[in-house]
Design a protein around this ligand. Sequence first.
Ligand code: IMP
Length: 409
Amino acid sequence: MNVVIIGAQWGDEGKGKIVDYLARDAGIVVRFSGGANAGHTIVLSGTKYALHLVPSGILYSDKIVILGSGMVIDPEALFAELDGLKAKGIDWEGRVLISDRAHLVLPRYKDVDREMESNRKKPIGTTGRGIGVAYAFKASRDGIRIADIDDEDRLQNLGEEDKAFIAKWRGKLKPMATDLAAYISRHRNSWTLFEGAQGALLDIDTGTYPFVSSGMSCAAGAAAQGGIGPRRIDRILGVFKAYTTRVGNGPFPTEFKDDSPGSLSNYIRTTGNEYGVTTGRPRRCGYLDLVALRYACMVNSIDRLVLTHLDVYDALPEFEACVAYRIDGKVVEDFPASIRDLERAVPVLKKFDGWKTPISACQSWEELPTKAREYVEFIETFTETPISIVSVGSDRQQTIVRESPWTRF
Ligand code: IMP
């Protein structure tokens, strides 16, 4: 069975925790896109693991994790991350494979990334990890894939520094290289999780272009870049938070205007620990944008939603969520492509009563306060998509599963 998990907002929805949770029943976890720009946090028995390139199933000693064909991989970052895991007692050797169709991020790509940013009148706010540059080289057919690292013909256009860099990592990368499609096909009886990075609104095609990342973070990316075809996907899960955050620049209709100490924005950032895992940047915060979420469900054929960070709202007497936009006085119910429209969009907000009680110890749907359940049910009706998992804290245990994604419809 093949289950795809993507972010349904602008990234940082808590995918890492959910992939880690569901990986218990999987044999293989394939991360299909992005690179060291991602930051997936997993908390296990009080220990925090921050993953950037390594798929989130790595913490189980019996899982195979694969860096998929759509990824752009900086070997320096990858092996630093693997060394860090080893130092925390995670034995990864023999369990981490890399698709031989994945591309490399060479050190100079990061310099070009930063230089392009400084030349932009409106910077995107990239992570500076050379991601967009690696995808640009890939699209212009000048990228270097894992399969190419000992192919003299492919390397002949590179400068000496690039060649020396590849030579430094070749010996470590080669034993991990795998033909992903063949591997997945041979293990077709395993349960496989396909883990997206970033989120649907940061996808190069479905996102708020140009304020997006450059990879495929939409569900279709799993098919193009995860070693399977679209008809082999059994289930698509979209992860979203009870509110919305965004790092970097770009339109964000529900963003809180007031970010001063004591503001709701500040409260959510502190309570939800809304700081970038990769860059440490404070995340921009706002109410849940249901127009954007419904769009993400539609464009990705999301079968089931996974709601995270619901506990961040525990202390609030009331809160709101955006159910439409007003643009130049007109009510708009679909998510616009135009950045200018999105920047001018004024959210139409619906009020909800808070539950004013801690929910992190709740273990079942029935234990959740009525007001929390009403919020969840409103989202389901609005998006026409059932919410099958509700996360009420960062630990693995703090997860309410209403329907396992491993059950067939
Ligand atoms: P890049 O991926 O470094 O090119 O950055 C492009 C945009 O995507 C910037 O706004 C980044 O902040 C954002 N971004 C990239 N990766 C992530 C992520 O994992 N979570 C949230 N935002 C991200």
